[in-house]
Design a protein around this ligand. Structure first.
Ligand code: AKB
Length: 317
């Protein structure tokens, strides 16, 4: 039986991944790791164990791993792209020094480790259309630099010490549960909140700027599927391109307007977000994930929009 530690369990992905994995492996087998000031609450707190697991405090992670006999770590600690640009040293400390701590503990305790990479690991020189699995990765953001390093360091621990490291390059993740904070793709979450509240949305990304996006249930499924994949089939490890949908602001606006004809969107482009968005793929080629571990997405823009509007209406109104 798996015993899982989720680092960053109160964040955007962590909070839902913890509940998803608890429903699959049993509540007592999934420990919600948190840092002081971001303690689990409500269902996450009540449904299973939780422990302090701060990536910059290696001892706290080692203690949680030993106490709960952990064999799998999902490492979701990171600053997102926009906020990382204003706090580059902190982004590195959490993303890379923190990852090093986790990988050493994983080596000592024979744990498998999932650490997400991102579309942010690509840059302006990368082919943007059907971005290949193996291609140029020369990002110019600190977020991107740390994601490329995440992939390489995870590979190194696998080749050097046999640590079972795996990762995916997540697109922008859209969910109605825990809002993201400080990302370039956040607009694609925010727009639904404005639509449901009946407010006009000001979009910080230019019309025509496409990025890969994914609905949260697919993202959770991808992480779990990859960690369960047969290792003998994996030609790649860190990190797999995974894709579900690609759209620009006009396309998501139209998808929402089909449900809410009165909804309005205007533009006030944020130069930092725009330059980051333009450096990222329009659409990744995820053939390797589909071939090596049978990755399949379920949600496209239309069905995600129907579900988001429905769930957010219940949540907000
Ligand atoms: C961000 O926008 O920073 C993240 C990402 C795509 O990695 N959502």
């Amino acid at each position: 039986m798996k015993n899982i530690l989720i680092i960053g369990s109160t964040g955007q992905i962590g909070s839902e991944l913890a509940m998803h994995l608890r429903s699959l492996y049993g509540n007592e087998h999934v420990v919600a790791g948190y840092i002081t000031g971001a303690e689990p609450k409500g269902e996450l707190l009540e449904s299973g164990p939780s422990a302090i697991a701060d990536v910059v405090n290696a001892q706290s992670i080692a203690d949680a791993v030993k106490k709960y006999n952990i064999d799998t770590i999902y490492n979701l600690a990171a600053l997102l792209s926009v906020v990382a640009e204003s706090k580059p040293r902190l982004a590195w400390k959490i993303g890379i020094d923190g990852l090093w701590n986790i990988l050493e503990i994983a080596h000592e305790n024979k744990c498998a480790v999932f650490t997400p990479s991102s579309i942010g690991s690509f840059g302006v020189d990368t082919p943007h259309d059907m971005t290949p699995q193996d291609t140029v990765q020369r990002p110019r953001t600190i977020y991107g630099v740390s994601k490329v390093t995440t992939e390489l360091l995870s590979d190194w621990f696998f080749h050097k010490y046999g640590v079972d490291t795996r990762s995916v390059r997540f697109p922008g993740i859209i969910s109605y549960v825990t809002p993201p904070g400080g990302g370039t793709t956040d607009y694609a979450v925010d727009i639904y909140y404005y639509a449901v509240r009946g407010e006009r949305f000001t979009c910080p990304i230019k019309a025509g700027t496409r990025m890969d996006m994914m609905y949260m249930p697919d993202a959770l499924h991808a992480a779990q599927m990859l960690m369960e994949a047969d290792p003998t089939r994996l030609k790649h490890r860190n990190g797999f391109n995974i894709a579900a949908m690609s759209f620009d602001p006009e396309m998501i606006y139209k998808a929402i307007k089909a449900h809410k004809p009165e909804f309005e969107m205007v533009y006030d482009v944020d130069p930092l977000k725009q330059s980051i968005a333009e450096s990222w793929p329009d659409m990744m080629d995820d053939t390797c994930a589909r071939q090596e571990w049978d990755w399949e997405h379920k949600f496209g823009l239309e069905d995600m929009t129907t579900d988001m509007l429905d769930k957010l209406t219940k949540k907000l109104l």
